[in-house]
Write a new protein. Structure first.
Length: 167
């Protein structure tokens, strides 16, 4: 099969970048699109939401010193599951742009600490051997995630026109 394409033709094919389709949709799987446009936009949205979330958590538990948000990474859900400690509070937010849902994950240590402080404790060490949350911890996280929905809408306002819903 050698000699089917001239070297110039082969180089032209390799340099050809995929274009947006006629219906105005972009191929979000293209690495250059994700790196140049999508990731910086998502980072800005995450930063806005992270700042609002810290303030919202402080409304519930005023003694919280600091909360950190992880940087944006692209990974499969199976890979994400392996990085989260068990138990973990994961909430699925629907109605997001890009035909995708939003996952908000709170690590178990944060959940234990927030609930302890909410009920007047000092946020001491939680039992690391626990495999599930208590009913009060689950209820607290449901209330907190519900309170975060308006902050999600504000953070996504430049991209999304509809309000997200918690599923």
């Amino acid at each position: 099969m050698s000699g089917v394409l001239d070297p110039e033709e082969l180089e032209a094919l390799m340099d050809e970048e995929p274009k947006a389709s006629d219906d105005g949709k972009y191929n979000l799987a293209r690495q250059d699109y994700a790196v140049q446009r999508l990731i910086p936009t998502l980072s800005l949205i995450q930063s806005q939401f992270g700042n609002a979330a810290v303030e919202r958590v402080r409304e519930f538990v005023s003694s919280v010193e600091s909360i950190r948000t992880d940087r944006i990474t692209v990974m499969k859900f199976d890979e994400l599951q392996n990085t989260l400690p068990a138990p973990c509070s994961i909430s699925l937010i629907s109605g997001m742009p890009l035909s995708s849902d939003l996952l908000i994950a709170f690590e178990s240590e944060l959940v234990f600490n927030l609930v302890d402080r909410y009920f007047g404790g000092h946020g001491g060490e939680a039992d690391a051997a626990r495999e599930q949350f208590s009913t009060s911890e689950i209820s607290f996280m449901e209330i907190l995630v519900g309170a975060l929905l308006p902050d999600i809408a504000v953070a996504w306002k430049s991209v999304m026109t509809s309000a997200p819903a918690w599923t």
